[in-house]
Design a binder for this molecule. Structure first.
Ligand SMILES: [Zn+2]
Length: 88
């Protein structure tokens, strides 16, 4: 079943591809792993930044995601300023 979301990276309305912040291959699927909702393209781009064969610390996975999203957060801030200016 597909879910339509606003991708946290590109901010487009797309079908969701859930990213487990803590990779299931190392942490298992029962681990309480926070989810990040991305589109398929952005999910692929994020996965490329994550080492496939060796396990990192939990915080390192969170930092990779934060870095990946940083630019989008700035973009989102600009959109919000634009909307607020228009409302005055
Ligand atoms: Zn996206």
């Amino acid at each position: 079943m597909c879910q339509i979301i606003m991708c946290a990276k590109c901010l487009k309305i797309r079908e969701s591809s859930k990213h487990h912040l803590l990779p299931r291959r190392f942490f298992g699927s029962n681990e309480n792993s926070p989810l990040l909702f991305l589109c398929r393209d952005c999910h692929t781009a994020l996965e490329k930044l994550i080492p496939q064969h060796h396990k990192l610390e939990r915080d390192e996975y969170f930092l990779i995601a934060v870095e990946f999203l940083r630019e989008s957060a700035q973009q989102y801030g600009k959109v919000l300023q634009f909307v607020h200016r228009r409302k005055r």
